[in-house]
Design a protein around this ligand. Structure first.
Ligand code: GLV
Ligand code: GLV
Length: 320
């Protein structure tokens, strides 16, 4: 019997690739410098039984319908809004993601953004680099203390809870908005579930941890953003499309809120140039899960999902 083929749309850490090779699969990796194009993906993966994809690969009907051998799409991300999951399901193709393994890393980065926004770290770095530091001064770069602040978590799932636990350690009070109550997070952090409007109105710091789907697209619209406290901080490490980015930029321009931290953008990888002109914005290049630990575990998990499905077993972390 021919070896089953696994096509990977990009180089990922070797640990998962080695697992696949050891199990006897034929592994093919796209090694181009840029993102693989749809046409090339279809050409190279047409005889593949498994596809390992990045969140930046749009895996739509068109692509899926051209891959007749496919049994599994194993996404190298926790988010899977890049995949037409409904259509994959119709075709009997399993879709998996990488939850849990990147939770702590993403929560760490979220806290980094909260702290950086609160203490104006980017402005401080800029000042020093530009040799404008003239000595200690009573009013130099005054920020905000975290103790006793209210942190509003939008989406109290795995990452939301991990952020809540960290914020609690900084002396923050936690409120959250979520589809379901998270009793374990409530117990650990004392978090209280509130409506989205109440969260927007009462939080000093807002942090977004919901997946992108048809229900959450533009959830944090102009009307919701308007409710924010004067001097609030908002952080998005989830997906850009859940927020009205243009309106938020207007609010940041007029200093209507204190600051915003972005790891994700509406038109990623394009970033609205207006955003980059603002002192009260910290913009990162989608690095929430970018630690050696998380990326190695993600690599292992995408491989294990493929191995399970191609061996006729249940996937570890299916989404459909
Ligand atoms: C990163 O954004 C992910 O979804 O894993
Ligand atoms: C994603 O992993 C989440 O549940 O927050």
């Amino acid at each position: 019997m021919d070896k089953k083929k696994v096509f990977i749309t990009s180089q990922i850490p070797e640990i998962g690739i080695n697992l696949l090779v050891k199990k006897g699969f034929q592994v093919e990796i796209f090694s181009g410098k840029n993102q693989i194009k749809a046409i090339e993906l279809i050409k190279r993966a047409k005889d593949a039984s498994a596809l390992i994809t990045l969140l930046s690969n749009k895996i739509d009907k068109e692509i899926i319908s051209h891959l007749p051998q496919l049994k599994i799409i194993s996404n190298y991300a926790v988010g899977f809004n890049n995949i037409d999951v409904e259509y994959a399901k119709q075709k009997g193709i399993i879709v998996t993601n990488t939850p849990d393994v990147l939770t702590e890393s993403t929560a760490d980065l979220t806290l980094a953004l909260i702290l950086a926004c609160s203490r104006r770290i980017n402005e401080g770095i800029d000042l020093v680099r530009k040799k404008k530091f003239k000595g200690w001064a009573p009013k130099l770069l005054l920020g905000k203390e975290l103790t006793n602040k209210t942190v509003g978590i939008i989406g109290m799932g795995r990452i939301g809870s991990a952020v809540a636990i960290r914020a609690k350690a900084f002396g923050c009070k936690i409120i959250y908005y979520s589809n379901n109550r998270n009793l374990s997070a409530e117990k650990i952090t004392g978090a209280k579930k509130v409506s989205l409007s109440k969260l927007m109105k009462n939080s000093d710091i807002i942090s977004i941890h919901i997946p992108l789907n048809s229900k959450t697209k533009d959830l944090i619209n102009k009307e919701k953003l308007e409710l924010m406290k004067k001097d609030a901080i908002i952080i998005n490490t989830a997906r850009g499309e859940v927020i009205d980015e243009n309106y938020l930029i207007e609010m940041l321009k007029s200093k209507r809120i204190f600051a915003a931290g972005f790891d994700v953008y509406q038109n990623e990888p394009k970033i609205n140039p207006e955003l980059l002109k603002l002192d009260n914005v910290i913009a990162l290049p989608h690095i929430g899960s970018a630690t050696e630990e998380a990326r190695n575990r993600m690599s292992e998990l995408v491989a294990k999902n493929v191995i399970a499905v191609l061996s006729g077993r249940k996937p570890l972390t299916p989404v459909n």
